[in-house]
Design a protein. Sequence first.
Length: 117
Amino acid sequence: MNDIKLGAIETRFADIIWNNAPINSGKLVQLSFETLGWKKSTTYTVLKKLCEKGIFENNDSMVSVKISRDEFFAMQSKQFVDETFNGSLPAFIAAFTANKDLSEKEINEIRRLIDSY
């Protein structure tokens, strides 16, 4: 499940669900039309794909969340670090901060996070 990837449009659609779940599938069709200009068939096709990926569930016309937005993006972040930096968080932080000045507040927050682990 850690290798779930979403394209930009799928992510926008997922945001509609995350922002409104649990949501009746009829209401989801309406919101998808208003937000993305999608027809009913497109909404149901993409919803089915996201349900198959294990992100959402559609039972009796009620769409609910199986993986929260925060959980999803945490998985994506971990996968990025694993694939790009061989799983090394220090290497990621070094690359991320190489061309960025951190504020005292950001430095303290990073220290707090490290100390909490």
